[in-house]
Ligand binder design. Structure first.
Ligand SMILES: Cc1cc2nc3c(=O)[nH]c(=O)nc-3n(C[C@H](O)[C@H](O)[C@H](O)COP(=O)(O)OP(=O)(O)OC[C@H]3O[C@@H](n4cnc5c(N)ncnc54)[C@H](O)[C@@H]3O)c2cc1C
Length: 482
């Protein structure tokens, strides 16, 4: 099957999945008055793959059938492959100005990385490498959209899984049957869950679990519509308002949900690791699979930083502040963030590492630094937009106000700016508000702080694993103690 169209993607959502939203079970995600809007946004992304203007840059011939499949599934074998795949990431990232954190290309790239690292899975048993490769090929050939749930519920982080007051809360192996592994418990959090076809339940790239807990150690993947699996969504930040009023939340509300498993049977061919805590802890440290995901979201982060600079520049121009050195230096900080992200991408590609099987992987040092950079810089970019926009971010009447004839004159006159008439200024500032002040904007900041893992642990891990021997020797020599 070639890369899917939007209509094919939407049809796939009608599979009886158990999604709960605001106290009701959702009949059909694609037709839900609130959730359906994001489903249509994702359908638009899929349509780009079959759009003659983009098909060549978003697809490549399937190694199995020759039909065009999503380029994010490519197993990269050269620097040119990495560059080409990044251009595809960028097309999808630009579709939302980087606001969609979890476009399907993110997990497609990680899954391709897992398949290229099938040797790792062989350490758990001879049946495992074939399973991960077959699963990768299945997703590629059916162009499936996946989410992941890597983290246990935040019950008591001071305790291990086995020490929890209720050790049945973290997702665990509850039994085995001829059909597969039986799992119960919960995982948080799965962004995009209502819109995904598949749920990948893998070990967290940023957590280390104690070795006494083999029943919590596994990697598997199941369809979102598996019996016994249910998702409880948080409240939506899409309030059903117009694109004018909520320019981002009305289109790009990708939703987060807790995944609850009630004796869910995972077919054996979908179990990729089982019962080996050390292997699970090492999966994303010893394989380059997650680096492919960072490659995707660094391209997304670049698009997002560019959106912020674009909006902040227009806001600064609108209020006549672009000549002030203080404003210029704030905007200059944004430029530096953009160019740093661009440099990370470039370096990761040019300095790619190769493996004995001929695969090329984005440079892990550069990608790890890129991953730790954005959680710190994104809140600052948002803060700069708040500093530049200031009270203008609250002078944001709604579309209904603009439609009231008796307010038209007021809005034209009192909302005018140096560069824009009232209506256009309101439209721009509503976008700035949805980027920097709305509840949707708050979730974006939280997402960037945490979605790629716990930032404290990640930074500490950088220090612990970084090869400092040579530089420490140089300092010792400088001190005359070499
Ligand atoms: C919007 C959003 C979407 C997400 N989507 C997904 C998803 O789709 N799939 C998925 O698997 N996960 C997802 N996550 C979860 C993400 O992986 C976790 O948030 C992340 O791993 C951190 O874990 P935690 O939130 O449980 O924080 P905790 O581990 O409970 O940590 C809480 C706080 O303590 C700090 N901390 C931890 N250890 C220390 C220490 N030793 N010293 C000092 N401070 C410390 C942490 O940095 C953090 O600030 C999402 C998170 C968010 C916010």
């Amino acid at each position: 099957m070639p890369a899917r169209t939007g209509a094919e993607y939407l049809a796939g959502l009608e599979d009886g999945r158990e999604v709960w939203f605001e106290g009701s079970r959702v009949d059909c995600v694609a037709e839900h008055p609130i959730l359906g809007r994001m489903a249509r946004t994702l359908a638009g992304l899929y349509d780009l793959q079959r759009d003659p203007a983009h098909q060549d840059e978003l697809t490549y011939p399937s190694p199995s059938t020759g039909q065009p499949v999503g380029l994010s599934f490519l197993q990269t074998r050269s620097v040119e492959d990495l560059e080409r795949r990044r251009r595809a990431f960028t097309v999808w990232a630009d579709y939302s100005g980087g606001i969609l954190g979890r476009t399907p290309d993110y997990l497609n790239a990680i899954l391709a990385g897992c398949a290229s690292s099938s040797w790792f899975f062989a350490q758990n048993g001879p049946e495992y490498p074939g399973r991960i490769v077959s699963y990768y090929e299945w997703c590629r050939e059916h162009d499936l959209c996946a989410t992941h749930a890597f983290v246990d519920p935040q019950s008591n982080r001071a305790r291990t899984q086995t020490e929890q007051a209720d050790p049945g809360v973290p997702l665990h192996i509850a039994g085995e049957s001829g059909q597969g592994l039986v799992v119960s418990g919960a995982r948080m959090l799965a962004t995009l869950a209502p819109y995904s076809d598949e749920l990948m339940v893998f070990p967290s790239p940023s957590r280390t679990h104690s070795t006494d807990a083999p029943r919590y150690a596994f990697a598997f993947s199941i369809p979102v519509a598996t019996p016994g699996l249910r998702f409880i969504c948080r409240e939506s930040f899409d309030l059903g308002r117009s694109n004018f009023d909520h320019p981002l939340a009305s289109r790009f509300e990708e939703m987060d949900a807790v995944a609850i498993f009630d004796e869910v049977v995972v077919p054996w061919e979908r179990v990729f690791l089982k019962g080996d805590v050390l292997l699970c802890n090492r999966l994303f440290r010893e394989t380059p699979a997650f680096m492919h995901g960072i490659h995707q979201f660094t391209a997304k982060n670049l698009a997002k930083a560019e959106l912020l600079l674009g909006v902040t520049s227009l806001v600064a121009e609108a209020i006549g502040r672009t000549d002030l050195p203080a404003y210029q230096s704030l905007l200059g900080e944004m430029v530096d963030a953009i160019e740093t992200l661009r440099a990370y991408l470039r370096t990761a590609e040019v300095d790619a590492v190769t493996d004995p099987n001929g695969y090329f992987h984005p440079n892990p040092d550069t990608m790890s630094t890129a991953r730790n950079f954005f959680p710190r810089v994104y809140p600052r970019l948002v803060e700069i937009l708040q500093l530049v926009g200031s009270s203008g971010l609250m002078a944001t009447p709604t579309e209904r106000d603009l439609e009231r004839g008796e307010l038209a004159e007021d809005i034209d006159r009192y909302y005018q700016s140096a560069t824009l008439m009232g209506r256009d200024r309101v439209q721009l500032f509503r976008l700035a508000w949805d980027l920097a002040c709305s509840s949707f904007a708050g979730r974006q900041v939280l997402y960037e702080r945490f979605f790629a893992g716990d930032p404290q642990t990640l930074l500490a891990g950088r220090f612990a694993s970084y090869d400092r021997a040579a530089l420490v020797e140089r300092v010792r020599a400088l001190l005359g103690r070499g």
